[in-house]
Design a protein around this ligand. Sequence first.
Ligand code: ZN
Length: 282
Amino acid sequence: MRIANLAGRAVLIDGDRAVDVHTASAGRFGPDPVAIFAEWDAFTDWAATTTDVEVGVAFDRRDLGAPSPAPAQVFAIGLNYRDHAAETGLAAPDAPPTFTKFASCLTGPETDLALPTDTVDWEVELVAVIGREATDVATDDAWSHIAGLTTGQDFSERTSQMAGPAPQFSLAKSFPGFGPTGPWLVTPDEFADPNDLAIECAIDGETVQSGRTAQMIFPVAELIAHVSAVCTLRPGDLIFTGTPAGVGVGRSPQRFLAPGNIVTSSIEGIGPLVQRCVPGAK
Ligand code: ZN
């Protein structure tokens, strides 16, 4: 099942068409895409019986918003791929380094990205979306709390991230538009193995990151267990799960985004995000 946010309304994606949830459910669910997470089990029970019989409408991908547009919490994990830790010159962690991307940076999958500086970097990431409240869950039980997976970009302003006596991740990764997600939420049953998906980022068609999510040091289930031991996870919450090697700051010479660049971030079985870089207000 693929669930999206089309111009602020919850939709089911059926091929290249969208079925409006509120209309198809005769008002039972939607139209607010945030509200479906609060009733996730009832919603997915209904949706499982619906896509075969309802006829969707064609849509413009630029009208898609974030699949979970107003999460109570957004967690992000640093250094979760060994080859990425190595390229940054840091040791692989013993526990998941965790920070936040503030929710105001979230956008849909196809956007213009205004560059606030000339040191903005790319990080394609698998994003897990919570479907059932999770408090101190065991790793073995973690997947039952996940609504689905989506593609994310953890755009990062490296100058402010690395300034100061200790790295400052959260603000540096929360400029407007720095958290595109989508194009839709894909439920875990859609994947042959949701723990092993190709993950890739390209700039102007040149592949800059290429890996598999199976390379995570801490797999998705371990991240849920780790975070939920401290914070209760709520339906709609996001976990950005870290990025593989190939970011600009780890290159020699270093490389960052410039106006005109097209950043395409994709994960197998989910689909791409496309960001067009434009000059920021100076
Ligand atoms: Zn990241």
